[in-house]
Ligand binder design. Structure first.
Ligand code: F3S
Length: 292
């Protein structure tokens, strides 16, 4: 059996940066807590807990020490409140998200009606919304875009992980809703690269394993693009969930992982696959036969 790893998989730049910042905070003498789960991956959250980084739902739960702001970012009022409580702010907001927040703020200041194209319940969209002084229109679908009223000037920002094609379809509609449209393309390429690499791999293997938190939207999306590409795909959080019958009669398996999945979890899945396989396993990363 051949095991292939998707070319782009696992931690994106912003998530890796946030986890590294949290780990660095754990090494200081000050207590530290993340505001919400640092990433959508329960195993990683547990590992951080072991290092002394706890998770707090609100600033009220953090009496002193460091508050770690996760990659999704927060609104301006959270910075004000944290400063008022004299907490040390470890700002792990992904720079791409920060750019979207600043774009929303600048558009608002310039007199545009801000539109955020994204999922309204996503924490990143909530943070961008807060930077628009909670005045933005949030649009998730072309249908919703058709429903927004006319505004003389619309200023658009995107949730960083929004699909580019869907974004363009919504922009085409918004163009008919105003006299002037200013578009800030704040989509980050990490999600797109992972989806394209997953589809490419799904087209050449018998089964795909998609590794990542069950609460990770981008991991779930990876599994669905593999299905759409005509490949059976299993979404697992860790190696424990692997079932021998999934791979007993296949010749090739592809592995991909969401942007919030650490490398060590992908490695564990890979190793478990090797153990479960009968016959030859070709590590496509190196071309070596690792088991005969
Ligand atoms: Fe940042 Fe893009 Fe990751 S916005 S958190 S690098 S998916």
């Amino acid at each position: 059996m051949k095991i292939y790893l998707a070319e782009h998989r696992g931690f994106c730049y912003g998530v890796k940066r946030a986890v590294d910042m949290a780990l660095a905070a754990a090494e200081t003498q000050q207590p530290a807590a993340t505001l919400g789960p640092i990433i959508h991956n329960p195993q990683m959250v547990n590992r951080l807990k072991e290092q002394g980084i706890r998770e707090a739902d609100t600033l009220e739960d953090i009496p002193a020490g460091q508050v770690i702001i996760r990659s999704h970012g927060v609104g301006p009022e959270v910075y004000h409140q944290a400063k008022a409580k004299q907490l040390e702010i470890v700002d792990a907001t992904c720079p791409h998200v920060k750019k979207a927040q600043q774009a929303a703020y600048s558009l608002l200041q310039a007199g545009y009606q801000v539109v955020i194209i994204g999922e309204r319940r996503h924490p990143e969209v909530k943070s961008i919304f807060a930077w628009s002084d909670s005045t933005a229109q949030v649009v998730e679908t072309p249908e919703e875009a058709r429903e927004i009223p006319y505004f003389p000037r619309l200023g658009v920002v995107a949730q960083t992980t929004f699909a580019a094609d869907d974004f363009n379809a919504i922009i085409a509609i918004l163009q008919t809703k105003c006299d002037e449209l200013q578009v800030e393309r704040t989509i980050c390429t990490a999600t797109d690269l992972r989806q394209k690499a997953a589809v490419e791999l799904a087209k050449k293997v018998d089964v795909m394993l998609v590794v990542g938190g069950k609460n990770s939207a981008n991991t779930a999306r990876l599994a669905s693009v593999c299905h759409e590409a005509g490949c059976k795909a299993y979404h697992i959080e860790s190696a424990i969930e692997l079932k021998p019958e999934w791979i007993s009669s296949v010749h090739s398996v592809g592995i991909t992982a969401g942007a919030s999945t650490p490398d060590w979890i992908i490695e564990e899945v890979y190793k478990k696959m090797e153990e479960m396989s009968i016959g030859e396993v070709v590590n496509v990363k190196t071309g070596n036969i690792v088991k005969g």
